[in-house]
Design a protein around this ligand. Sequence first.
Ligand SMILES: C[C@](O)(C(=O)O)[C@H](CC(=O)O)C(=O)O
Ligand SMILES: [Mg+2]
Length: 307
Amino acid sequence: MLFSRETPSAKRRAFREALASGEILRLPGAFNPLSARLIEDKGFDGVYVSGAVLSADLGLPDIGLTTLSEVAGRAAQIARVTDLPTLVDADTGFGEPMNVARTVQTMEDAGVAGMHLEDQVNPKRCGHLDGKEVVGLGDAVRRVRAAVDGRRDPDFLIMARTDVRGTEPGERGLRLAVDRAKALADAGADAIFPEAMADLSEFEAVASALDVPVLANMTEFGKSELFTVKQLGDAGARIVIYPVTLLRMAMGAAERTLDTLNAEGTQNAVVGDMQTRARLYELVDYAGYNHFDSAVFTYEPGQNHQH
Ligand SMILES: C[C@](O)(C(=O)O)[C@H](CC(=O)O)C(=O)O
Ligand SMILES: [Mg+2]
């Protein structure tokens, strides 16, 4: 009830420990706080807050239009309903290196466990589209150093994402990605997100070149095939995100439902696919609030109150 009883610092420590265990952690993207409850209920290891989902949710393309306040606000709403660690997409850090330091502190205040910061130029775009551009290595390193300098909780995870793989095809692109990933880790990044890896051997090449954990992005309709958790774990990845998966499914269902309403004049045919009222109430813990109501609201001083 009222949800997470874990403090943000406890969640950060747990995330660090889970990462150190060597197991691969699975973080589906929550498109709202309620879906974060579902992710926790189904036994996943963490919750991802995707910039693509956040901007799509607002009816915007994912090109860096969302603000730090919007992203941190949504991340806080999501993080507070789950005991799981929350990893947030901080895009290019919302400004220059000084802003990046402030972004880290704002995300710490939002109660999330960590964030990733990418090396694209502004306006940024989805990492799986063509025609991306990245900043030079010096600027990318400055962003990471500013993030590390701004951090107050040493357990807050700063992950550097590099989009350089998508800027050059073939072997050369991969070599650039490995070199940049190493430089970003040397600059203090706690983990690396190599964006737009073409296949498993590329994940392997990045992971084996680094001492820090590597994230695999299993976004649909992108550059990477959709590998299994086992395949990614064997290739050395330590975190896998499914950033837009739940939103795509939910929006697919919404479209089909509207089509059914249009065609049939009633939603009867799709009711069987819906989350039931009972399941929804379970997720938001109606029973807990009822209990609270009867235990606290009807409490009378002097009574020996039994819970
Ligand atoms: C991971 C990502 O940064 C996101 O915002 O979720 C996107 C996902 C997507 O657009 O499919 C990305 O750039 O890969
Ligand atoms: Mg993004």
